[in-house]
Design a protein around this ligand. Structure first.
Ligand SMILES: NC(=O)c1ccc[n+]([C@@H]2O[C@H](COP(=O)([O-])OP(=O)(O)OC[C@H]3O[C@@H](n4cnc5c(N)ncnc54)[C@H](OP(=O)(O)O)[C@@H]3O)[C@@H](O)[C@H]2O)c1
Length: 222
């Protein structure tokens, strides 16, 4: 735990679009951020940019393996084709931790067509690869990086999937602190629905009526 009693969040591939957006949101909420990268120099550049936006909260640059060790909570934000190789590299440092996985397994060029992997979803693939000693929680597949990086209200809700309720609860809290509404969406197998929705939102955006389309859960309060 950091001195502020808030967890340290390590973002692997945190130099990229989505990682940058999450880093900004959580840093502004007071979480110490570790930006992980395959190269320390790239992480250092990203941290310098983050500190300009959020100078009050400490942030550190590390190579991915060190970052995975330094984070109380680890977030994976790398392209789908490098999901498992990156997890394989850092696996030993993830035992007992929450791993937030944002992976959307889009298959170019047909990114507007749902093409989930044989395992059923990228989230389930990560959980099966890591084993039950790592609490994989999937989230943010339907949130545009561009919006996370800006100081705007995000209307799109977040479906939070994972096999452990307490781990989902933690991610729902982090989601709220990042300015979004998260919902318990069941076990990690259900991540298939959130991942598939991204292709549908891409199709809606292509329709020319909306940009940055998203979803909102509605219902009557108990
Ligand atoms: N972009 C979005 O709006 C969005 C929305 C929802 C979900 N997602 C998901 O978020 C994840 C990241 O998306 P993104 O748009 O942020 O991706 P990105 O910017 O293209 O890449 C993110 C980072 O991945 C690392 N990376 C690239 N090639 C790699 C490799 N061979 N091995 C390990 N790491 C590698 C790079 O970091 P280093 O070079 O510093 O190592 C890069 O900065 C994806 O799974 C995507 O499906 C994205």
């Amino acid at each position: 735990m950091s001195e502020s009693d808030k967890e340290t969040i390590a973002i692997l591939g945190g130099t990229g679009d989505l990682g940058t957006g999450l880093a900004i949101r959580w840093s502004k909420a007071g979480y110490k951020i570790v930006i992980g990268s395959r190269t320390l120099e790239k992480a250092q550049t990203a941290v310098a940019a983050l500190q300009e936006i959020s100078p009050e909260t400490p942030a550190e640059a590390m190579e991915n393996l060190d970052a995975s060790g330094a984070g109380d909570i680890v977030v994976l934000t790398v392209p789908a084709e490098h999901q498992i190789s990156t997890l394989d590299y850092v696996k030993a440092n993830l035992t007992g931790k929450i791993l937030i996985d944002v992976t959307v397994p889009l298959v170019p060029p047909k990114v507007g067509t749902v093409q989930l992997p044989p395992e059923g979803s990228a989230g389930k693939r990560a959980q099966e690869f890591l084993g039950e000693d790592v609490m994989v929680v999937t989230a943010y597949q339907n949130i545009a990086a561009h919006l996370l990086q800006q100081d705007v209200t995000i209307e799109c809700d977040v479906l939070v999937c994972g096999n452990k309720k307490a781990a989902r609860e933690k991610v729902i809290q982090l989601t709220k602190e990042a300015g979004m509404n998260g919902w318990h969406a069941g076990p990690v197998a259900n991540s298939a629905a959130a991942e598939a929705l991204t292709s549908i939102l891409i199709q809606i955006n292509r329709g020319g009526i909306l940009s940055h389309s998203g979803i909102k859960i509605i219902g009557q309060e108990h």
